[in-house]
Design a protein around this ligand. Structure first.
Ligand SMILES: [Zn+2]
Ligand SMILES: [Zn+2]
Length: 370
């Protein structure tokens, strides 16, 4: 294994990435050094990159490396590691996906098996050595969960498994999803496209996808959406709420999932829920995301409101199986539309940015191949 690797360090002060060589940390006996092969630019990366929700008086953040929606191959195995988390033999060169967080396994949530809810879990890559999504290596620590990838799933298709796909599977798991439910998906980015296919596969009756970017809506249609609401056509909140009601016999959706990450989407989406419907809030990862909601409305409509972040590790192998099982049904392997080397990461982010771009963008998901 090489001694150094490239990392893309973000600087708030210059608003630029610095792509630089950092040393690779020594592989401890129970750890794995991963050679990162593909990392998607997730919507949450765009929030981090823009600095959404951070008050100006806080000043610039310290330089950091980020990126979490990734896959790679085993560069070096710690001496104690012989298998993946399903006891399949693991060797150097094997392609893998893994959770991007590692739980402490020794806290209130962990002892209940709620690894995704571990308050001491670490998620963030480092600049002390080469480790991150937007870096050539990722240091996978124990206990972090790793799963071998089948050959049929290419690198670009595998990168979104540990966030976009796993996250929506977790959200629907929490929601008490019933066969024949009507589902509204707010946002047709990487998570929205995956949510559309998962909802369809779980037996949804209607899968209604809302977005303003045409290529995304077109892809959503191929990935299980039964109906789309283009916000350029339905350009007021009321018209969109009315359209959902119209598509659900005046009842409203059983489940609405928010995958946009802007507060106005939440105010809008909870109006689309049926009496005793479920609202799944996933999109908001930025601080100071305030909404203006009449709580009485939540109570009288008996809305079940869930906040969801992270997932438990069993979801990753199930996500891999889902991709394989449905590969001829939904073109989920086509979610990634643009590829950039790490040296062009700046371009990757600028291409992926959709905010303030009214012309519409072609990007459904951009990936960096470090
Ligand atoms: Zn813990
Ligand atoms: Zn993500």
């Amino acid at each position: 294994m090489s001694k150094t690797g490239l990392s893309a360090i973000w600087h708030d002060t210059t608003q630029k990435f610095e792509v630089t060589e950092l040393p690779i940390t020594e592989t401890e006996s129970d750890a794995i050094n991963i050679r990162v092969e593909a990392t998607s630019v997730c919507g949450s990366d765009l929030h981090i990159w823009r600095g959404d929700g951070i008050p100006e008086e806080e000043g610039p953040r310290d330089p950091f490396v980020f990126g979490h929606e990734m896959m790679g191959s085993v560069a070096e195995l710690g001496s104690k590691i012989k298998t993946d988390s399903l006891k399949q033999p693991l060797k150097e060169g094997d392609r893998v996906v893994y959770t991007y967080y590692f739980p402490c396994q020794n806290c209130y949530n962990c002892i209940r098996g709620e690894f995704g809810g571990c308050k001491f879990r670490r998620t963030y890559p480092t600049i002390d050595y080469c480790s991150g999504g937007f870096a050539q290596y990722y240091y996978l620590r124990n206990p972090q969960f790793v799963f071998k990838l089948p050959d049929e799933i290419n690198n670009a298709a595998a990168a979104p498994i540990n966030c976009a796909l796993a996250q929506v599977i977790e959200a629907f798991r929490i929601s008490d999803f019933r066969f024949g439910d009507n589902v509204v998906i707010q946002g047709a980015g990487g998570l929205g496209i995956n949510a559309s296919a998962v909802a369809s596969d779980m037996g949804a009756n209607k899968v209604i996808v809302i977005d303003g970017q045409k290529p995304r809506l077109e892809l959503a249609k191929k990935c299980g959406a039964t109906d789309i609401i283009d916000i350029n056509k339905y350009n007021t909140v009321q018209s969109r709420v009315d359209r959902v009601k119209e598509l659900t016999n005046g009842i409203g959706a059983d489940i609405v999932i928010e995958l946009v990450g802007f507060p106005a989407a939440v105010e809008e989406g909870i109006q689309m829920c049926r009496m005793r419907g479920t609202y799944l809030e996933v999109g908001h990862i930025s601080p100071n995301s305030m909404i203006n909601v009449d709580v009485q409305q939540l109570v009288s409509n008996q809305i079940r409101f869930y906040g969801i972040q992270h997932y438990d590790p069993w979801i990753l192998p199930n996500a891999i199986d889902f991709l394989l099982r449905t590969k001829n049904k939904y073109p989920l392997m086509d979610v990634v539309s643009h590829e950039f080397p790490i040296t062009k990461i700046e371009e990757a982010f600028k291409t992926a940015e959709w905010l303030g771009n009214s012309r519409g963008i072609e990007v459904t998901r951009a990936i960096v191949t470090p």
